[in-house]
Design a binder for this molecule. Sequence first.
Ligand code: C2O
Ligand code: CU
Ligand code: CU
Length: 466
Amino acid sequence: QGRDMPGQLPDLSMKQPSDNTDNQTINTKETALPIPPLLKDHDPDPGKAEFHLTAQNATKEFVPGKKTETMGYNGNYLGPVIRVHKGQEVSVKVKNKLDDMTTIHWHGLEVDGDEDGGPHSGIQPRESWSPEFKIEQPAATLWYHPHPEQETGKQVYKGLAGLFLIEDEVSDRLDIPKEYGVDDVPLVLQDKRFDSDGRIDYDLGMRDVMNGLQGNTMLVNGAVNPFLKVPRGMVRLRLLNGSNASVYELNFNNNQSFHQIASDGGFLEEPEEMDKIILGPAERAEILVDFSDLKKGETVQLENKGSEFMKFKAKGGDPEDYTIPTKLTTVDKIDPDQAVKTRKFAFEGMGPRVNINGKQFDADRIDEELKMNDTEIWEITNESGMGMMGGMMHPFHMHGVQFQVLDRDGDPPPANETGWKDTVLVNPDEKVRVIATFKHPGEFMYHCHILEHEDAGMMGQFEVEE
Ligand code: C2O
Ligand code: CU
Ligand code: CU
């Protein structure tokens, strides 16, 4: 039943300390949930797709009458949704109209290191970058975001992030809601700390350096206090934890259950019924929620750790009859006996000294060398909590590959972690083993996806050699 998380969770309810200036939660009237537009494909060839993205400075009124400086792709906050089909050859023209260097990383996408958009693929102001890659992985809800060395936290916090959806023969065939923005709805979840002028400055206080920047106001697709009108039936929500550092614990205020159908890298084999879902930074989940009991005008709220932040309002009409598919897809389990090697990664240190295996990030150092097409087990431990202070969770992410979770402290993972993943939460003192086959050559990152930890150096590089 959902993910059983032992260990301590960072306490989001704690007030921010006084070294972060004033930090009131803003209260605004409810607004219709913005639905990020699907990005236009400029290539008429159905086997290909060409997209254009521009990273730019902008302003946005989160609080009516107060202008907030932001960054966005093609707009003033977040970015459009890129939707591709398996088998397509994709090219993206990325322009940097920011004043700072940026990169654009395809989080969860299986591509060569040169196309991955990590810190080595810097795009200087007024310059462009045009990666090309073929989509060779199953249907999934992935995302894209900047990745410049030591600046990722700031640029994502200011608004640079977007969804990257892959469809395939399985998602085409399955009888699940697929009308984008109507019953197939993306929810990019983030939290911010607004000051009294409505600004979201990226000023890190001591607590932020330790735990990562955790805000006190939730945004969904960039909106505070949003509502979504839902049909009287089944709705598919594509959830992304797009926060810098917060672990979300999500449930509905009426405690209704829902079914998780996909994790980071694609569909689970079977829908998993749960009434609460935990999502660490960068993790995604697709869930099916049944709103057929709601009469016109009735509402249900989505909560994080007991605080409501988004409403679903019933449009009314006759309740729709729908059965959840019993089988979604087949996830071929990678056999641990095929692994040629086990590597160990230990999250260590705190605050400015966070590291992996005792080393902080160095762009000129390759930490791990792998051979293409090898299968390996990566064993991740969280030893950052040793010593005087209690530990915290760190979300481990690796680029260019999807993995499977073998076990948590020797126990099989919960059912909703039995599919493809690219980011996994590691609890204090826990040992998580994952397995992957590295099919793409090049240089890639692995890191903690708490962006302030990543920027502080809790990141390393692996090279896959052809
Ligand atoms: Cu979401 Cu290194 O990435
Ligand atoms: Cu990534
Ligand atoms: Cu971390």
